[in-house]
Design a protein around this ligand. Structure first.
Ligand SMILES: [Zn+2]
Length: 414
């Protein structure tokens, strides 16, 4: 076997023809003079084989993956062609994107690594400067997402995620059926959410949405009601439980302020026992709660009300759930606990949107899981230079299209 042929087989260069091999030991690089094999001279627009106008005077270099510490480079002088439809253009390069300086398979490797580890670690593994690495990464993600259209959306979820201290938020739109992120936009106001609906969904698509899930913020509710005329709104269970827990905690804090030092000893460490689901409480936890019955009636009452509300999530029939909510609200109002009265006010205001949960059992649970991944991305990078970088990484990890798999790989190694 000749050397170029061995090289072609070793590096899996199918569709390429190696004509010359140069080892440069000082830079630990192997330069391969290559050319497209049986697929050259194609128009980048339509893929038709065209007439050659001329060979461009300067040869270009593409970086490929490394083998045993040797970095492989492709060297090739592209041809200028004349397409009957598209006119003069540089021929399509089968192993890389038109303006890229790395091959598709290195791109693929970079994207896959970036999903798994910090960019710094990935750049080190691939022996690429970190700034170059992130440049190529973001350019590739942009290219793959460019012109991407959302399909088959029936179940939408909206939530906000903070990405930096000081109330910097991004709005994240989820497809709850396929559990992926559809879109991420900077800010959390009405303008942000409007931008999503106006630019990415057609009127038909908006009508197709059947369920919409969000928290209790008026902005999201208003936007979803306006943009998705056929969607049933479901208020997210997690956010509701969170609000209820906040009310319980408010009662606890208020009591803490009023009781004597002696009584405070009893209240110590009670916070997490209160937040826990009744089924998760230990015998000891229950004993502590029971003791409150004598020592602090108000906190005891709050904990009972909270536990009672838990039943709501098990109802199967909307009418029963509605009756339960009504009774629970009345009892709660009689309890004279101010934070709970506030909670009931919100509950009554959104009661129909809460009851829809009983019918469809949709929660943002999927999005809570995805949120965890987003937090992981955020922590892993320990801060992003720009929102754009953060958004790109969300798309890369849990976006609605598998970005690494979208890079064309004629000769993929992974
Ligand atoms: Zn063409």
């Amino acid at each position: 076997m000749t050397h170029p042929k061995t090289m072609t087989q070793l590096l899996k260069l199918k569709g390429l023809k190696v004509s010359n091999i140069t080892f440069r030991s000082r830079e630990k690089a192997i330069y391969l003079a290559v050319k497209p094999h049986k697929n050259g001279c194609r128009c980048p627009e339509c893929g038709r084989r065209c007439k050659i106008k001329r060979i461009l005077p300067e040869s270009r270099t593409w970086r490929d993956i490394s083998v045993c510490g040797w970095t492989i480079f492709f060297v090739y002088a592209p041809k200028e062609i004349v397409c009957p439809t598209h006119g003069r253009a540089q021929e399509d390069i089968p192993w890389a994107d038109a303006h890229a300086r790395v091959s598709y398979r290195l791109e693929f490797l970079m994207l896959t690594y970036a999903q798994l580890m910090t960019q710094k670690a990935a750049a080190q593994l691939l022996h690429i400067a970190k700034s170059t690495f992130s440049d190529i990464l973001h350019r590739t993600i942009d290219r793959v997402r460019d012109g991407h259209r959302i399909r088959g959306l029936r179940c939408i979820g909206v939530d906000e995620v903070s990405y930096r201290k000081g109330h910097k938020y991004v709005t994240v739109v989820y497809d709850l059926e396929r559990s992926c992120v559809l879109w991420v936009g900077q800010g959390k106001g009405r303008a942000t959410i409007d931008e999503f609906f106006n630019t990415f969904l057609s009127a038909y698509q908006r009508k197709q949405i059947q369920w919409a899930c969000c928290d209790m913020s008026e902005t999201f509710i208003g936007a979803l009601k306006e943009h998705c005329p056929n969607a049933k709104l479901v208020l997210d269970r997690f956010h509701l439980v969170k609000a209820l827990n906040a009310a319980v905690d408010e009662v606890r804090k208020e009591q803490w302020r009023h009781v004597s030092r002696e009584e405070r000893k009893v209240l110590k460490g009670i916070r997490w026992i209160l937040f826990r689901n009744d089924s998760d409480r230990t015998r000891e936890d229950r004993r502590v709660l029971q003791s409150l019955r004598k020592s602090n009636r108000r906190i005891h009452r709050a904990s009972i009300l909270k536990d009672e509300f838990q039943q709501f999530w098990d109802f199967k029939a909307p009418w029963a759930a509605r009756r339960f909510l009504k009774r629970w609200s009345t009892t709660t109002l009689k309890s004279r606990l101010e934070p709970f009265r506030k909670f009931v006010t919100t509950l009554r205001k959104h009661s129909e949107d809460i009851i829809t949960f009983v019918e469809c059992r949709i929660t943002n649970a999927v999005s809570e899981g995805l949120n965890r991944i987003i937090r992981m991305i955020k922590n892993r990078a320990s801060g992003f230079r720009s929102v754009k970088a953060f958004i790109d990484l969300i798309y890369l990890s849990i976006g609605d299209l598998d970005i690494p798999a979208q890079t064309p790989t004629r000769f993929r190694t992974l």
